[in-house]
Design a protein around this ligand. Structure first.
Ligand SMILES: [Zn+2]
Length: 187
C-alpha cells in the first residue's frame, strides 16, 4: 500500500472535526493491561491519531496513550510543546525503546491520575523505534522531558502507570486518597 490519499479523502479530512475523547481514570482495567499491536494504517487510523492529539491538547497533556481513551492498542501521541509547534507532534505506533542512557529524577504526572504527582527516575536519553500515522518506521532520540514522555507512554502500552515507579509508601498514600475520592463520587 502506498499510503497516497485520494482527493476525496483529503477533502473529507479537511472538513472533519476532531473527536475529543474523555480520559479514562486510574481504576479502569484498560489502563493495567498490555495493549495489542496496531496492524491497520488506514484513513480511520490517521483520524484516530488526529483525535488523540486534539484530546491531549484539550486535557493540557504532553503525551497520551490509546488505553487512556479506552482503546487497548499500541498507539501514543506526544507533543512536549503542548501544541505550540506543529512539527513537535509525534505519533508512536508500536513503539519500542532501542537505546537508553543516563538517569534523571523529575516530578511526573499522568492525565489518568489527575491531581497526583511523584518523582520518577527515567533515562535522560531515549531512542525509540516506532511507526508513524501512515505506518512508516522511524527512529527518534529524545532528551529530558521528551525521553521521559517516551518512557511514560510506552509504559502505558504495557499496562504500567507511573505509580509503579514510586516508593511503596508514596504509592499506597496516593491509592488510599483515590479510593477515598471514589467513595465520595469525585473520581
Ligand atoms: Zn500517563
Amino acid at each position: 500500500m502506498d499510503g497516497n490519499l485520494t482527493n476525496t479523502e483529503i477533502r473529507e479530512m479537511a472538513q472533519r472535526q476532531p473527536k475529543i475523547y474523555s480520559i479514562v481514570k486510574y481504576g479502569d482495567a484498560v489502563l493495567e493491561k498490555s495493549a495489542a499491536p496496531v496492524e491497520r494504517f488506514d484513513a480511520e487510523f490517521a483520524d484516530l491519531c488526529e483525535d488523540m492529539f486534539a484530546s491531549m491538547y484539550q486535557a493540557q497533556g504532553v503525551g497520551l496513550a490509546a488505553p487512556q481513551i479506552g482503546k487497548s492498542i499500541r498507539l501514543a501521541v506526544v507533543d512536549v510543546t503542548g501544541g505550540k509547534n506543529p512539527e513537535a507532534r509525534i505519533v508512536l505506533a508500536n513503539p519500542e525503546i532501542i537505546h537508553a542512557e543516563g538517569e534523571k529524577r523529575e516530578e511526573e504526572g499522568c492525565l489518568s491520575i489527575p491531581g497526583f504527582r511523584g518523582y520518577v527516575i527515567r533515562p535522560q536519553f531515549v531512542t525509540v523505534r516506532a511507526q508513524d500515522a501512515r505506518g512508516e518506521f522511524f527512529e527518534m532520540r529524545g532528551e529530558d522531558l521528551l525521553a521521559r514522555a517516551f518512557c511514560h507512554e510506552i509504559d502505558h502500552l504495557n499496562g504500567i502507570l507511573f505509580l509503579q515507579h514510586l516508593s511503596m509508601l508514596k504509592r499506597d498514600l496516593i491509592r488510599r486518597k483515590i479510593k477515598k475520592l471514589r467513595k465520595q463520587g469525585e473520581w
